[in-house]
Every structure is written in structure tokens, then in C-alpha cells.
Design a protein around this ligand. Structure first.
Ligand SMILES: CC(C)(COP(=O)(O)OP(=O)(O)OC[C@H]1O[C@@H](n2cnc3c(N)ncnc32)[C@H](O)[C@@H]1OP(=O)(O)O)[C@@H](O)C(=O)NCCC(=O)NCCS
Ligand SMILES: CC(=O)OP(=O)(O)O
Length: 330
């Protein structure tokens, strides 16, 4: 079954509350309403009544009965105070009550994250308007990473040919220059993402070198990360350092990395840094005709997804499905 169809079956009718903070954006409002109509989520759209209505009217859609609009600026004082107290407690010593009041009333990403943190919603999808930092920072500050995970990272599901070719690419969104330890953690978290999509993970730790064919600090980092990842997840198939062709193409893998159980068969690609990861996914998307679904933030206590600003309504709809499905993962 198609990847997304599979996830739809898992979330349908479960009433999962997905917050969409960008209620002034047509793509977002349409995607949220479609999720509601299809019974896949109960969306909470953030924005003023006027801005959300303007989009609904222009798109000629009626807000489905299982969708809700909340305007943070007019959120009732008693509930707002409860939220502010929870924010101040969570940000103890790092942000003042005045900062909290200002952000929660005026920055929808903070308000949305607090709904998730307070379990008034299950997850959040943002980033169609705001750049990654503005979407992700509130999640990092409030939701934080799961025990045992030090860094969140962003993966993409890359798919082509009606899902016959499907890969996980990571980190394409968050960690600019991860250490070897962080890269190993990204690999382990990417394995969990692969499993969410029923992909049997074979992880390639990517480099411009294969098995010592080149020498540099950058290559050494990937070699070390591979060893750490193998220790962290001894039952998983993880190998490196591998060039992309050695990781993907069986004949090249056999010649450059003979004996590797990953080379030539990899389906999870861990990039050595964000320059290569972000450029790499966009090349596959724009030149290789892959659909790029994500970034899916890995390792957070509760699911939050950051769309690319280039996302379409359909991308937002799909990321909504994935994020809702992440709430069902243990
Ligand atoms: C994600 C990003 C915005 C965080 O940067 P930042 O806000 O300057 O980070 P800071 O160092 O100020 O940290 C803010 C908080 O987030 C936490 N944090 C930062 N990066 C983190 C990560 N990868 N995982 C978990 N927590 C993280 C910090 O510990 C800090 O928490 P605290 O306030 O409770 O102490 C930054 O790494 C970034 O810009 N990455 C690239 C994003 C990008 O442009 N991607 C390309 C397009 S997708
Ligand atoms: C993931 C990503 O690259 O996002 P944007 O295109 O918004 O920078």
C-alpha cells in the first residue's frame, strides 16, 4: 500500500488534534480542512477570525465541524494565565513572564507549542510562512527532546515512482555541523522514522570517501559516527563511511565496499552535515523528481513538523498525516 495511505489507516477516526499556527495561509487552511473532512485529524487553526475567514471565503470552503479556530490574541484570560504559568515554569530562569506574555499572544508558534505541551493538542505543523528556526526554536525550548536524545534532527521521506523507490534522508533541516556523537544519534533516530513508514532500514553514513579512500577530519568524523551508531544500535544495519554511489548502486557498492551488508542497498542516508543534507534533498526533489515529505522532526517528546516554505497544500496535508501518525509511536 502507498506510504501515506498506510498512515491514513492508522490515524483515521482517532480525533488527533493537530495545531496549524499559520491560519492566514491558504495552503495551510485548505490542508487542515481537508484533514478534518477526511476524518484524519481534528485541526486547531491559529489566527484571527478575520484572516482565517478571508482564506475560507476565498477558497469557498466551510470550516468542518471537527476543526476549530483559536485566536491567541483573544484567548480567554483565565486559560491564557494558565498557559503563561506553564510557560514560565518550563522556561524557568531563561525567559521572563513579560517575554512569555508577549510571545504567547503574538507569536502563534509559541501559542501552538504550548497547546501541545499542555496536551490540549497532540502535535503541531508549521513552517509554511516562517523559516525553520522560528518554527523549531519554540519546540526545542518547550517540548524538548526525549530522554536519551540530545539533539532533534529533521528527516525527509523521499519517494518516486508511486512509492516503489522510497528513502529516508537526514539530517536535512536542523544540525548545522553535528559532532560524531550527534551524527550517530541522527542515524539511530532515522531508523525509527524509517520503521514508521514500514521501511526496513539499511543505514549509510555518507561521505566523499568510501572505507578509507580519502583522509580528512570530515571523513574521520563520519568513520567515528559509524562506530558509535553501530554500538548504540548493534542489531541494526549501519555502515560507513560510504559515498552516495557506493551506498545506492549494487555494482559500485560491491567494488568500493566489498562485504558490506549496506553498500549498494542503503535506504536510509545520513548526511555528514546540514550543507550536504539540505542541498542533497533539494537536488533529489527538484532534479530527480522525488517527492520530499518532511522535514519530520525526530527525537522530540511530542511531534512537531516544520514545513518548507516552498510547501504546497498537498505537502502540508501529507505532513499533517505523518505528524498525526507520529503521535501513535511509543
Ligand atoms: C535549529 C536552530 C534554529 C536552533 O538554533 P538557536 O535557536 O540559535 O539555538 P540556541 O542554541 O539558541 O538554542 C535554543 C534552545 O534550543 C535547544 N537546541 C538547539 N538546537 C537543538 C537541537 N538540535 N536539538 C535539541 N535542542 C536544541 C538549546 O538547547 C536551547 O534550549 P534552552 O533555551 O532550553 O537552553 C539552529 O540550529 C538552526 O538555525 N539550524 C538550521 C536551520 C535551517 O536553517 N535549516 C535549513 C532549512 S530547513
Ligand atoms: C527544509 C527547508 O529547506 O526549508 P525551507 O525551504 O523553508 O528553508
Amino acid at each position: 500500500m502507498d506510504l501515506i495511505e498506510n498512515l491514513k489507516q492508522k490515524i483515521k477516526g482517532k480525533g488527533i488534534k493537530v495545531v496549524f499556527p499559520e491560519g492566514s495561509d491558504e495552503r495551510i487552511v485548505k490542508a487542515a480542512c481537508r484533514l478534518a473532512q477526511d476524518g484524519l485529524a481534528d485541526p486547531i487553526i491559529l489566527g484571527t477570525e478575520a484572516e482565517v475567514n478571508a482564506v475560507l471565503n476565498a477558497s469557498q470552503i466551510t470550516l468542518p465541524s471537527n476543526a476549530e479556530v483559536i485566536d491567541p490574541k483573544t484567548y480567554p484570560d483565565d486559560q491564557f494565565d494558565e498557559m503563561l504559568n506553564a510557560f514560565v515554569e518550563r522556561r524557568k530562569g531563561k525567559n521572563t513572564p513579560d517575554e512569555g506574555r508577549e510571545w504567547l499572544r503574538n507569536v502563534n508558534n509559541y501559542f501552538g507549542i504550548m497547546l501541545v505541551y499542555m496536551h490540549k493538542a497532540d502535535c503541531m505543523v508549521s513552517g509554511a510562512i516562517s523559516p525553520t528556526g522560528d518554527t523549531v526554536r519554540p519546540a526545542l525550548q518547550i517540548i524538548k527532546t526525549k530522554p536519551g536524545v540530545s539533539r532533534t534532527s529533521g528527516s525527509f521521506i523521499m519517494t518516486r515512482n508511486d512509492g516503489k523507490e522510497t528513502y529516508v534522508f537526514a539530517d536535512c533541516a536542523i544540525n548545522i555541523n553535528p559532532s560524531a556523537e550527534e551524527l550517530a544519534e541522527i542515524a539511530v533516530e532515522s531508523i525509527k522514522t524509517a520503521r514508521l513508514f514500514d521501511i526496513d532500514p539499511k543505514v549509510a553514513m555518507l561521505s566523499f570517501s568510501t572505507k578509507g579512500s580519502a583522509h580528512s577530519m570530515e571523513v574521520a568524523k563520519v568513520m567515528e559516527a559509524t562506530q558509535i551508531a553501530q554500538k548504540k544500535a548493534p542489531n541494526e544495519m549501519i555502515d560507513g563511511e560510504l559515498q552516495f554511489d557506493a551506498a545506492l548502486i549494487p555494482s559500485v557498492g560491491a567494488s568500493k565496499a566489498p562485504g558490506s551488508e549496506v553498500a549498494g542497498q542503503a535506504n536510509v542516508f545520513v548526511f555528514p552535515d546540514l550543507q550536504s543534507g539540505n542541498i542533497g534533498y533539494k537536488i533529489a526533489q527538484r532534479l530527480g523528481n522525488f517527492t520530499a515529505i518532511g522535514p519530520i522532526l525526530q527525537g522530540l517528546n511530542q511531534p512537531v513538523s516544520d514545513l518548507s516554505r516552498g510547501a504546497s497544500e498537498d505537502d502540508a496535508y501529507q505532513v499533517g498525516i505523518i505528524t498525526a501518525a507520529q503521535t501513535l509511536m511509543e
